[in-house]
Ligand binder design. Structure first.
Ligand SMILES: Nc1nc2c(ncn2[C@@H]2O[C@H](COP(=O)(O)OP(=O)(O)OP(=O)(O)O)[C@@H](O)[C@H]2O)c(=O)[nH]1
Ligand SMILES: [Mg+2]
Length: 315
């Protein structure tokens, strides 16, 4: 009988959750960038190996919520941690523990989930604050104990600690071993060849947003939304061709020239990069047409947020 576990991957923004999920899956299922708040949806990454199957829920990193989109993302992250077999909290241990890291620790100390993995990520970097994170955990438990009902007799939660270098091949193997140690015998939840069930229009929109994040280094990426309007599938010369129409939404008209770039350089960079990624991800030839639209307040518009998949069943 194979071993199976559903794992909620949580932690503060930029800790490396999506990088870790991609490393474990062995394929890119979730976009990554050095900019905070990269992931906006819960994305399932599926790892199948001879031992069984691990289903990973990559979530948006908790952050100080600004506006409706921010609040939705935080809620999605909190909800995704619930209802899973294993809680995997990712910490960027190349940086001192921050408020959001301590927040996750206190949550774990309070709710005492049965199976918890603490991943000290970015172990390739120096300095590495392992002791500070371990001390912060002890402190978080004390804080929760002081503020909780004295009758609580549940034994304390004992997380398993693992280091990871999620950016290198094999650097996350110990995380996978630890997850399989937690897994229980059961039926596979997905076909063995499936790496994600994330809808393709959302995956394509994310690819495009990733390219903007790599190119625009101001606050604009946070106010930028991508909507895939249509995917027209044709066969040409025996190869599948996808003509994809995309709207890029910005909040203010002053943001439009920045998103387009001088001589449309930014749009060209984004289009080419996304066409390459989408072609590789889906084994097709992708051609992407991008329109930049000013849509004030789109981040508060329920219809648009739902079109972008940000108001799914997890919310
Ligand atoms: N050096 C190093 N960098 C890493 C490692 N893991 C992730 N990173 C980098 O950390 C940055 C953030 O990674 P993401 O995977 O996008 O972080 P995230 O936790 O998913 O962030 P959100 O989606 O915003 O919540 C990227 O620039 C990654 O390349 C690691 O093990 N070592
Ligand atoms: Mg992410």
């Amino acid at each position: 009988m194979p071993k199976v576990a559903v794992v909620g991957v949580v932690g503060r923004t930029n800790a490396g959750k999506s990088t870790l999920v991609n490393a474990l899956v062995g394929e890119k299922v979730s976009i990554v960038s050095p900019v905070e708040q990269t992931t906006r949806n819960t994305i399932r990454g599926i790892v199948s190996d001879p031992r069984g199957q691990i289903v990973l829920l990559d979530t948006p990193g908790l952050h100080k919520a600004v506006g409706d989109l921010g609040r939705l993302m935080n809620r999605m992250a909190r909800r995704s941690a619930a209802g899973t077999d294993v809680t995997c909290v990712v910490f960027d241990a190349s940086d001192e523990p921050r408020l959001e890291d301590i927040g996750w620790m206190q949550r774990v100390a309070k709710e005492k989930p049965e199976k918890v993995l603490f991943v000290l990520n970015k172990a390739d970097k120096a300095p590495f604050y392992e002791m500070m994170f371990r001390d912060a955990w002890v402190e978080a438990q004390n804080t929760v104990a002081e503020n909780s009902d004295k009758e609580d007799k549940t034994p304390p939660c004992e997380p398993v600690w693992v280091k990871s270098i999620s950016t290198t091949e094999g650097g996350a193997n110990r995380v996978l071993d630890a997850l399989f140690d937690f897994a229980l015998e059961g039926e596979l939840l997905f076909d063995e060849d499936t790496v994600t069930d994330y809808p393709r229009r959302l995956a394509i929109a994310d690819c495009i947003r990733e390219k903007f994040l790599a190119r625009i280094h101001q606050e604009i990426p946070h106010e930028l939304g991508v909507l895939v309007k249509s995917i027209d599938e044709k066969t040409s010369g025996g190869k599948e061709v996808w003509n994809i129409k995309v709207d890029v939404l910005v909040n203010r008209s002053s943001q439009k020239p920045i998103v387009i770039g001088r001589g449309a350089q930014t749009i060209k960079f984004v289009r080419k990069g996304a066409e390459r990624d989408v072609s590789e991800m889906f084994g097709v030839k992708a051609s992407i047409e991008v329109w930049v639209r000013v849509e004030p307040g789109w981040m508060k518009n329920p219809r648009i947020l739902s079109d972008m998949g940000y108001m799914g069943d997890l919310v």
